[in-house]
Design a protein around this ligand. Structure first.
Ligand code: URA
Length: 443
C-alpha cells in the first residue's frame, strides 16, 4: 500500500478500505506522509466524497490515532459542545460560563479558526496572558476547582485531526461532509465527554449552505455518536448572517462579555441559551430544555455567568479585568465608521464573504503559519429585515491600515444586499436531531 495508490483510488471515485484509511490517518498523525500527498488526498475526498462506511472508518482511525482523555476524576455527567463553524459565532464564551454557573462541569476542548469561520482558541488567545495549552491534569484540576476550563485539544488527542484540520484550513477542503463529521466526532469522542451537543450551522455563512446538507451532516454525526454509545443532540441553527454583531477575535470576546453583562441581547444570546439548555438537559440538571433555560437566565441575570468567565480567564493566566474594562483587549490601529448610503431593508448577506473579509484583515489564516492580528475585524449592527436609512451605520471597521480598511469596506458592501420590501427574518434554529429522529422548527 502506498499514498499514490490511495490518492489515485479516491481520485477515480473508489471507496477506500479501513486499512487504506488507517494508513493515511496514521501517516498524518506521525508525519510520515508529507503534507503535499495529504493535501492531494483531501482534495480528492472533497470532490469524490465518502460512503457512510468510509466516514465511520475515518472517524475511528482518527480517534485511535491518539489517546482518549480520562475525565473520570471530574464528578458528574460531562457534556461537550461543538459547532461546525460560523461567523461572529462565539456561543462557547457565553454558554460555557453559564452552564458552569448552573453547577454542571464544563471541560471543553475547542478549535482554531477554519476557513472563513472563527475559532474559540484564537478568540481566547486575544485576552492578554491567557493560555489554552494546559496539561490533562491541570485541565481536570481546574474544572474540579472552578467548574470550567476551555483549552486546545492536547497533542495526544486525535493528532491526525490536528494535522488534517490545519491542512484543510489552507487547501480549500473544509466543506466536505465526511471530513467535517469525522473531524468533529473523532475529537469529541477523544475528549472524554459523556454526551455531546452539536451546533450544526446552516445558511450562507455555514460550511454547509443548504438545510438538506446540514441535516445530512447532523444525522451522520448523530449516527456516529450512537455507534459509540454517546448521546448526541444536534441543533441546526441559522447562519444566514453573522450570529453576533462582532466579527474578529478580540471583538468577539467583547461581544461575549457584553452579552454576559446583560448589555447585549439578540441572536447570539438566544442561540447560546438554546444550546446551553440542551447541554443542561443531557447532563440531567434539568428535565427539559425549557426548564434548563430558566436556570441559564438566572445565571445570566445574577452575573454568575460573567463571574465564571472572570474566574476561568484568571485560572488560565489571562487578565480577568477585561471583563470590566474592555479597553484592556487589543485595540486596532484604524477604526472607521461606514454608513449604509441608501434607504431600504437589509435583504440578504453573503456571510462566507463577510468571514473572508475578516480573514483578509488578519483575523484568520491564509497559510498554516500565519500569525493573527487579534484586534481586527468589524462590528456589523444591521440584521436581515432591518429598515435602514442613508446615515444608518452599516459597520465599524477595525483594521491594521487605511488600505486594509478600504478593501474590507468594499468586500462588506458587496456582501450585503438591500430591498424595497421587508424580507422575512431568518429563523434562529431549523431542527433538532437526535438518535430518536428529527424535530423541525415549524414556527
Ligand atoms: N469543526 C471541526 O472541528 N472540524 C471541522 O471539520 C469543521 C468544524
Amino acid at each position: 500500500m502506498n499514498m499514490v495508490e490511495i490518492i489515485t483510488k479516491k481520485k477515480l471515485g473508489g471507496a477506500l478500505s479501513p486499512d487504506e484509511i488507517k494508513y493515511f490517518v496514521d501517516g498524518a498523525a506521525t508525519g510520515s506522509v508529507p503534507d503535499y500527498q495529504l493535501a492531494a488526498l483531501l482534495m480528492a475526498i472533497r470532490l469524490r466524497g465518502m460512503t457512510a462506511e468510509e466516514t465511520t472508518a475515518l472517524t475511528l482511525a482518527m480517534l485511535k490515532s491518539g489517546d482518549v482523555a480520562d475525565l473520570s476524576a471530574i464528578p458528574g455527567i460531562k457534556v461537550d459542545k461543538h459547532s461546525t463553524g460560523g461567523v461572529g459565532d462565539t456561543t462557547t464564551l457565553i454558554l460555557a460560563p453559564l452552564v458552569a454557573a448552573c453547577g454542571v462541569p464544563v471541560a471543553k476542548m475547542s478549535g482554531r479558526g477554519l476557513g472563513h469561520t472563527g475559532g474559540t482558541l484564537d478568540k481566547l488567545e486575544s485576552i492578554p496572558g491567557l493560555s489554552v495549552s494546559l496539561s490533562e491534569k491541570a485541565f481536570v484540576d481546574q474544572v474540579n476547582r472552578i467548574g470550567l476550563a476551555v483549552i486546545g485539544q492536547t497533542g495526544s488527542l486525535a493528532p491526525a485531526d490536528k494535522a488534517l484540520y490545519a491542512l484543510r484550513d489552507v487547501t480549500a477542503t473544509v466543506d466536505s461532509l465526511p471530513l467535517i463529521a469525522s473531524s468533529i466526532m473523532s475529537k469529541k469522542l477523544a475528549s472524554g465527554a459523556d454526551a455531546i451537543v452539536l451546533d450544526v450551522k446552516t445558511g450562507s455563512g455555514a460550511i454547509m449552505h443548504t438545510l438538506e446538507g446540514s441535516l445530512e451532516l447532523a444525522r451522520a454525526m448523530v449516527a456516529i455518536g450512537a455507534l459509540a454509545e454517546k448521546p448526541v443532540t444536534a441543533v441546526i441553527t441559522g447562519m444566514a448572517q453573522p450570529l453576533g454583531t462582532h466579527v474578529g477575535n478580540a471583538l468577539e470576546v467583547k461581544d461575549a462579555i457584553d452579552v454576559l453583562s446583560g448589555r447585549t441581547k439578540g441572536d447570539l444570546l438566544a442561540v447560546s441559551l438554546l444550546l446551553g439548555s440542551h447541554m443542561l438537559t443531557l447532563a440531567g440538571a434539568a428535565k427539559d430544555p425549557a426548564e434548563a433555560e430558566i436556570q441559564l437566565r438566572r445565571a445570566l441575570d445574577s452575573g454568575a455567568g460573567l463571574e465564571k468567565l472572570r474566574q476561568m480567564i484568571g485560572a488560565q493566566g489571562g487578565d480577568p479585568r477585561v471583563c470590566d474594562d474592555l479597553s484592556r483587549l487589543p485595540q486596532p490601529a484604524v477604526r472607521r465608521r461606514v454608513t449604509v448610503g441608501r434607504g431600504g431593508y437589509v435583504d440578504a448577506m453573503d456571510t462566507t464573504a463577510l468571514g473572508l473579509a475578516a480573514q483578509a484583515m488578519g483575523a484568520g489564516r491564509l497559510r498554516k503559519t500565519d500569525a493573527l492580528d487579534y484586534s481586527v475585524g468589524f462590528i456589523l449592527p444591521v440584521r436581515i429585515g432591518d429598515r435602514v436609512e442613508r446615515d444608518t451605520e452599516l459597520c465599524t471597521l477595525c483594521a491594521r491600515s487605511e488600505a486594509e480598511a478600504d478593501a474590507a469596506e468594499r468586500a462588506i458592501r458587496a456582501a450585503i444586499t438591500f430591498s424595497e420590501e421587508p424580507p422575512a427574518r431568518p429563523k434562529l434554529w431549523e431542527a433538532v436531531v437526535t438518535a430518536d429522529g428529527t424535530r423541525m422548527n415549524e414556527t
